[in-house]
Write a protein that binds this ligand. Structure first.
Ligand code: NAP
Length: 432
């Protein structure tokens, strides 16, 4: 019997478990460990609340979690309640599927001022992650700067710009919807240090900017290279650029009071403010022959009361696993960190790709893992249960999550799929 501990119950963790069930059949027992009492990681706390169709993938994960060969051990913090070394002593294989939950620092003067937030915090706040429930972003600001040209930047801009009516039927938490409904935000600047050809947006996300009830995209035609150069782009990127060109040609819709300006070729220099963010100073950039952003020497100061940095994420280092500080992820050979210790998903390859990329990643990890004979004679479930019980760690099982789930669905506002519980103590009060 092969014993497998997967740390992290997001997409990478669940796809790895699904692959292990398929590969090992009856000859495997899997424990999925998460520090929260709730499963699904990024699906619950990262994917935008108005993208419910993406969140629906969690139903597929439920089939894995309720399989007899799988247990969910929630509210167990690896590194605190139990170490990675203890887990590798207990299980044949331990897989770190911990994602990349921390913001990459902006690294400019003033980035520690109140009103400067990372996307992990801002997204976690509107998605009801317990760590960010008390964030209270300064939404009285008339203007906001969002740094980065990826899909997370678009998610943040869209949530700031949508009306209550547009958000009502989503699972955005009330603690975010209420202040957003009274928000003073009129201008959102999405700052990209390079140009439209280099933006990391995908088609659906960029297209949605043109369909907002009260907000309009603003794109400058001068930021585009000659149209014939679009032919050199791969198809997905070419379509994104086509949409951006359409926005530029149409100009902003004057009937809409909120603008979302795509400020290409703007690199943040510093956040300015007396005790809080009041403006961001940026350097105008251009591309060098290698496609890198280089400074033009021309600067601009944009008054903003909130800065959200969406420039990528980092994994948490854990004792016993080599870590690449500059890349912010574990050092591995195709997912193998050391004997019996593996990593998968964003923890292996960094914060790139879609949810589905983690499926391929989980399945190919299990192929490699299956080619390695298990050490055998590991205490597995009996061992971890004994150890956690000695340490008085009260584990949340999947049935406990199902009770939380039912309570969230029951208290949803009209039209919404659920109202998330954001306090761990409240979740724990519902568990058996
Ligand atoms: P991302 O796609 O890697 O974009 C990061 C952006 O930050 C890039 O434009 C990058 O510019 C910029 N950047 C990095 N360091 C910077 C700095 N120091 N100053 C200024 N700009 C900087 O990351 P993401 O938006 O966090 O998304 C993470 C992953 O999740 C992506 O694969 C994304 O597609 C995915 N995602 C998907 C969805 C969806 O499908 N709906 C939603 C959200 C996220 P350079 O290109 O110049 O480096």
């Amino acid at each position: 019997m092969r014993t497998l501990a997967i740390i992290g119950s997001g997409p990478a963790g669940f796809y790895t478990a699904e692959a292990a069930l398929k590969s090992f059949g009856d000859d495997v027992r899997i424990d999925i460990i998460d520090k929260l009492p709730t499963p699904y990681g990024l699906i619950r706390a990262g994917v935008a609340p108005d993208h419910q169709s993406i969140k629906a993938v969690s139903r597929r994960y439920d089939a894995v979690a309720t399989d007899q060969r799988v247990r969910f051990l929630g509210h167990v913090c690896v590194g605190q309640d139990i170490s990675v070394a203890e887990l590798t002593a207990l299980y044949d294989d331990v897989v770190l599927a911990v994602g990349a939950p921390h913001d990459r620092p902006l690294g400019v003067p003033g980035d520690d001022l109140p009103g400067v937030l990372g996307s992990a915090a801002f997204v976690g706040w509107y998605n009801g992650h317990p760590d960010f429930a008390d964030l209270a972003p300064p939404l009285q600001a008339e203007a906001v700067a969002i740094v980065g040209n990826g899909n997370v930047a678009i998610d943040c801009a869209r949530i700031l710009a949508k009306t209550v009516r547009e958000l009502q039927d989503t699972d955005i938490v009330n603690h975010a919807l209420d202040p957003l409904s009274k928000s003073g935000v009129q201008r959102v600047h999405i700052l990209g240090r390079r140009g439209p050809h280099q933006a990391s947006f995908t088609l659906k996300e960029v297209g949605e900017l043109g369909d907002l009830e009260r907000a309009t995209p603003v794109v400058r035609e001068a930021d585009f290279p000659p149209r014939e150069t679009d032919a050199s782009l791969e198809t997905g990127q070419r379509r994104v650029v086509e949409v951006l060109r359409k926005f530029a040609a149409a100009g902003p819709d004057g009937a809409k009071p909120v603008s979302i300006t795509l400020d290409f070729f703007h690199r943040p220099l510093r956040v300015i403010g007396d005790g809080k963010a009041e403006a961001i100073e940026v350097m105008r950039t251009r591309l060098d022959s290698e496609g890198r952003a280089i400074d033009t020497g021309e600067t601009r100061t944009i008054p903003v009361g909130l800065v959200i940095s969406c420039i990528g994420y980092r994994t948490s280092p854990v004792d016993g696993a080599h870590f690449d500080e500059s890349a912010g992820r574990f050092i591995s050979t195709d997912g193998l960190i050391g004997p019996g210790l593996w990593c998968v998903g964003w923890a292996r390859r960094g914060p790139t790709g879609t949810i589905g990329t983690n499926r391929q990643d989980g399945f190919s990890l299990i192929e490699r893992l299956a080619a390695t004979p298990p050490a055998g004679n590991k205490a597995g479930r009996d061992g971890i249960d004994r150890l956690l019980s000695e340490r008085a760690v009260k584990v949340s099982q999947f049935a406990d999550w199902q009770r939380i789930d039912a309570a969230e669905v029951a208290r949803a506002r009209t039209g919404a799929p659920r109202e998330k519980i954001v306090k761990i103590a409240e979740m724990r009060s519902l568990t058996g």
